[in-house]
Design a protein around this ligand. Sequence first.
Ligand code: SF4
Ligand code: SF4
Length: 353
Amino acid sequence: MTLLIVTTTGLCNLRCSYCGGSFPPHLVPPREQYELDDLVSLAEGLDADIAFYGGEPLMNPKLIMDVMDALGPERRYIVQTNGTLFDNLPEKYWLRFDAILLSIDGRREVNDQYRGRGNYDTVLMTAKRLRKLGYRGDLIARMAVWDRSDIFEEVTHLLGLGLFDHVHWQLNVIWTEPWDFRGWAENSYLPGIRRLVSLWMERMREGEVLGIVPFLGIAKVALFGEWRSPPCGAGSETFTLLPDGRIVACPIAVESRWAVVGDIKSGIVRRVEIGEPCTSCSHFKYCGGRCLYTYMERYWGEEGFRDVCFVTKATIDEVLSRVDEIRSLVERGVIRREEIYYPPYDNTTEIIP
Ligand code: SF4
Ligand code: SF4
């Protein structure tokens, strides 16, 4: 099924250290410049699920409500939000989301260094309010991971809060100037990944599947054979409608000509695909080229690209080394098949960090 990401606005009310806040309005306007009917025709023509994105999508809540009202309950709705503007959207709309991704980067001190003082408490308040409301969809903690993150500590902390169904993360390897990614990965991140996989397996043997999205997504390919390139679907099955009516392959590729695949009136007129060196790579089946944007832009050059590949392959190998045991746990009924089949639909988690 196609996923249409609707960027409701280029505005954001935060300025996180790896992002910088709002898009310039000439690239991503603050409000939609098209008619709602055109969006509805596009979504119906694609038979698409809808994910709301920004900027901060709740800076333009009217569009979210209008889209959900116009398209009705037959499709899934997802929102990626920084979780600070809960009151901008009436409760009944929150309850209609199939998945809510709240941006939070881990422990309070790490999160607030990246995202601003007090942010951790605000986002957790939103998560608690959602739970209190009786929200039963998939509540996902969406982390950005950088040099001050300890992946084991951040992920276990978020899972331990008992608020989130799943934790997903993306490495900060394209959004900022190059940093000592390789050194950090060898000394901190990859040892943390190994510990995290061990913990994941330990709990699985006891019948509990921790909702660690990248591990689940890699295991899903191994166990069920379903994969796509790139794993986020950008440019092949997932498309982003910008407020000016352009349709782009990836929600952050707002000024790249290669990314434009159509517009709201003509629909999607082309696809963008990952090619070499990924298609000949030993890990292509699991990695899928990782990220279309990084693949196309190569901001960190060839060496930077290879450093990210090194980390991707090591992460995939760590999970694959456990697949036989996971299969056996499913066959013996220790864990359920559905718990490992994740994501069950495109919920904007990109799988490969
Ligand atoms: S590991 Fe690197 S080269 Fe291999 S598929 Fe992924 S991005 Fe492409
Ligand atoms: S993983 Fe890369 S290509 Fe996919 S949505 Fe994110 S930035 Fe875009």
